[in-house]
Design a binder for this molecule. Structure first.
Ligand code: U2F
Length: 456
């Protein structure tokens, strides 16, 4: 091992959905701010490959960790299986990879996705600080951190939980607007023995021991009592979002191979008239809901841009694309942030994935949502009950009438105008937070000090 006083940060990413690119961006931001600090980013080969379009930085290195997939594994397209294999390979895969770089240049701090709870043990064994990054919102983090309490109060047996679905979580400070049914799977319902849910439970026990937890939210925007409470449970809670706005350019999501932006430009004369549809990187509505959405888009006569994975395109009814030619564009990938920032876009139909939510806020576009799993229902309640900037599709699932009603509300009615005003105010708050003296910038600088400090 070469003795060195130089700070060397091991960054451990969780390789699924939008997690790795968010942490990679954070690592890049810190690398740019601190050229004297070395950052070693660890993720699976497939994900690392997808990050290769980013320009290289001299102090940011990328290393592979094993993905745990059996040799010759043929993907059935089920992300749960891949997560299972991956978690089966942890923490050994990270330990091995980090040990190799530590032998060459001593690691002085571990930064990890909060999901990777074992980073605490690794950091402790190396005698360095652990800084965790929670990619989602403060309320979702709060309910996870209270997993044991919620289980004690509500139980975990299917019959007892089903009978209490409408009870409030008021026993958690700041969470009175959430009901048991809004909880992410794996806390009191869902397959509690699924490897990811077991990991999240461990995470809830380990996070209070992290030196600091960075949260992808905005101090002035998130639901105050929750952030205050997190500040007492965690050693240090640092809201550093929205990451989207901290990112000047993101080659992974900014490129526009399907010419969405010129298409939107042709609608620039009619501000807030186009609806953008996108359900993130993991889920896709079931076929019946997809069909209802198609009918609503067709019958409403609105202009729409839809990010729809290629394998789902085949499920679109025959003739739909031809019939909506000119007023609809369906593509497998969009530069989402830039789309939401375009003047022509007036509504976003989404699943309440936290990044999509923050991006919509960052660009002032009100939402129609259909939550599916994980933190979606919690996020949904904040958007409608607390912030008043989104509307749930009537009945909670995509139906033709529900979607058409939502579109009418957002694009035409007074209520939609009010939502636009409220989200416009939040847009400014988010923008200020990432300004030179804004709270998120300040918090990220504090995080950097912690990271550097542990080099001493
Ligand atoms: C998981 O959410 P997802 O990754 O499915 O969805 P989002 O959090 O909304 O993030 C999607 C990101 O992918 C980008 C988009 C977002 O940054 O801008 N994107 C794009 O640029 N172009 C496209 O055509 C499609 C997507 C999980 F399901 C949620 O529960 C969590 O809230 C979330 C964060 O943990 O991760």
């Amino acid at each position: 091992m070469a003795p060195s006083n130089k700070a060397h940060v091991a960054v451990l990413a969780f390789p699924f959905s939008s997690h790795p690119s968010a942490l990679f961006f954070l690592a890049r931001k810190l690398s740019e701010w601190a050229p004297d600090v070395v950052f070693s980013f660890f993720c699976t080969p497939k994900t690392n490959g997808s990050l290769s379009s980013w320009p290289a930085l001299p102090n940011l290195r990328i290393y592979d960790v094993a993905d745990g997939l059996p040799v010759g594994h043929v993907s059935k397209g089920r992300v749960d299986d891949e997560i299972d294999f991956f978690l089966g390979a942890t923490p050994g895969n990270y330990r091995e990879a980090v040990k190799r770089v530590d032998e060459i240049e001593k690691v002085s701090c571990v930064v990890s996705d909060a999901f990777l709870w074992f980073a605490r043990e690794m950091a402790e064994e190396m005698g360095v600080a652990w800084v965790a990054f929670w990619i989602a919102g403060a309320c979702a983090l709060s309910v996870h951190l209270n997993t044991d309490l919620i289980r004690r109060k509500i139980g975990t047996r299917t019959e007892e939980v089903s009978a209490r679905m409408d009870e409030s979580l008021a026993f958690i400070p700041g969470c009175s607007q959430f009901r048991v049914r809004d909880l992410p799977e794996g806390i009191v319902f869902g397959p509690l023995d699924f490897s990811l849910f077991k990991s999240l439970h461990r995470m809830s026990q380990e996070l209070p021991r992290a030196t600091a937890v960075l949260v992808n939210t905005v101090e002035e925007m998130d639901y105050d009592p929750v952030l205050d409470r997190l500040g007492t449970v965690l050693n240090k809670c640092l809201p550093v979002g929205p990451l989207t706005l901290l990112a000047p350019t993101r080659p992974d999501s900014d490129s526009d191979p399907y010419s969405c932006l010129p298409w939107l430009e042709a609608r620039a004369h009619d501000p807030a008239s186009v609806v953008y549809v996108g359900f993130g990187t993991v889920i896709m509505p079931p076929p019946s809901e997809l069909a209802a959405l198609v009918e609503a888009l067709e019958e409403s006569g609105v202009h729409f841009l839809w990010s729809l994975k290629d394998y789902m395109r085949e499920s679109l009814p025959t003739g739909f694309l031809d019939r909506t030619l000119g007023r609809g564009l369906v593509v497998p990938w969009t530069p989402q942030s830039r789309v939401l920032g375009h003047v022509a876009v007036g509504a976003f139909i989404n699943h309440c994935g936290w990044n999509s939510v923050l991006e919509s806020i960052a660009f002032g576009v009100p939402m129609i949502y259909r939550p599916f799993f994980a933190d979606h229902r919690i996020n949904a309640r904040i958007l409608s009950q607390v912030l008043g900037i989104a509307v749930e599709v009537k009945g909670g699932v995509l139906t033709k009438d529900g979607v058409m009603d939502g579109l009418d509300l957002l694009l035409k009615r007074e209520e939609g105008k009010k939502m636009r005003e409220r989200i416009g105010a939040l847009k400014l708050i988010a923008k200020n937070a990432v300004g030179e003296t804004g709270s998120s910038t300040k918090n990220l600088k504090t995080a950097l000090e912690i990271i550097r400090g542990s080099a001493a």
